[in-house]
Design a protein around this ligand. Sequence first.
Ligand SMILES: C[S@@+](CC[C@H](N)C(=O)[O-])C[C@H]1O[C@@H](n2cnc3c(N)ncnc32)[C@H](O)[C@@H]1O
Length: 387
Amino acid sequence: MASVKISTRGAKRIRLGHLWVYRSDIRDADEAEPGAIVPVVDDARNFVGQAFYSDRSQIALRFLTVRDEAIDREWWRGRLHACAARRASIMKQTNAYRLVYSEADLLSSLIVDVYDGHYVLQTLSQGADRIQDQLLQLLIDEFQPLSIVELNDARVRQLEGLELRSGALHGDGPPEIEIAQHGVKFIVSPRASQKTGAFLDQRENYLAARRIAHGRALDCFTFNGGFALHIAGSCDNVIGIDISSEAVAAAERNAQLNNAGNVTFQTANVFDALREMETAGERFDTIILDPPAFTKSRATVKSGARGYKEINLRALKLLNTGGVLISCTCSYHISEQMFLDLIADAALDARRRLQIVEKRGQSSDHPVLLGVPETHYLKCVIARVIT
Ligand SMILES: C[S@@+](CC[C@H](N)C(=O)[O-])C[C@H]1O[C@@H](n2cnc3c(N)ncnc32)[C@H](O)[C@@H]1O
């Protein structure tokens, strides 16, 4: 197999633990086929590892291993079972979890989510796409899924020159699946939904929120009611807000499914709703902010930060003393420190004093791989208003 040669800088990046080499560090890839798994060497022709090669993306190489080993069926089988073994305790607590999380599981650009035995597959690079059939067969043989659908309509596939597509790959997946998280039931529709059906990355933050939430609560950007329904039992009442009427309809159905009579939902733009509530003199004891990523690139960090600051400022003005703010960002480009700084700024402007109770991240089935900072995207700050 023809090797790909990379610069000393690219090789150093891999030797320091990252898994990507950018196109600017490719010295010679003339013989590499798009999507092939290629051996990679440095300028001095020392072996660096083996990687998926893409002839389109700026991420030209996604490393699978730094060993000179056979990447065959047995290798993939071993990696998939290792993912499952790492999630054994999670599988005892819930029937909905991420089985494979891309780089963080050393399976760059491959994502597999499980919803009550039904699998959702994403192959997000030329390399993962090229071996999709092999992966599909392995998942069927090794895990006996009830069904597998692919959800390959993520924009990142376009950067790889891949078509956007979604649909059934194996079995007849039902349009709706009931999942359970910490005693709360949700109906999810992996085929027609944001994410792959549910925001599984927030699962453990729901529990943290439940521990501290109290009184009158507001769940902003509620989607299908994930936070709202988890905190219902700890609060007098909860209002969930989302701009999507479909999400709100699903949230209302989930509230009924859980007999959560103290939870109501509104279809509204959170920015407007918070302003109107302030004008109306409303007050809350718990406010959750879990917006979509306000910045998806370095270029828009400033405007994204302004959006985060605005909602945090408005929420802080609505909280009673002793109240709790649970504030999230799922933007990789907003670091934890930047996020804390902008919440601190918002607190200064709102003339409130905040205690940080917890600094949290993604659920443990979405682990962070040290050396690959891009795997740490979700930050969740839980703070108490003390004056
Ligand atoms: C990250 S998701 C929230 C996930 C949810 N908290 C959960 O745990 O399942 C962001 C949600 O914000 C909604 N959204 C986006 N912009 C909005 C806006 N300006 N006002 C209200 N909702 C908005 C989207 O429809 C989406 O459901």
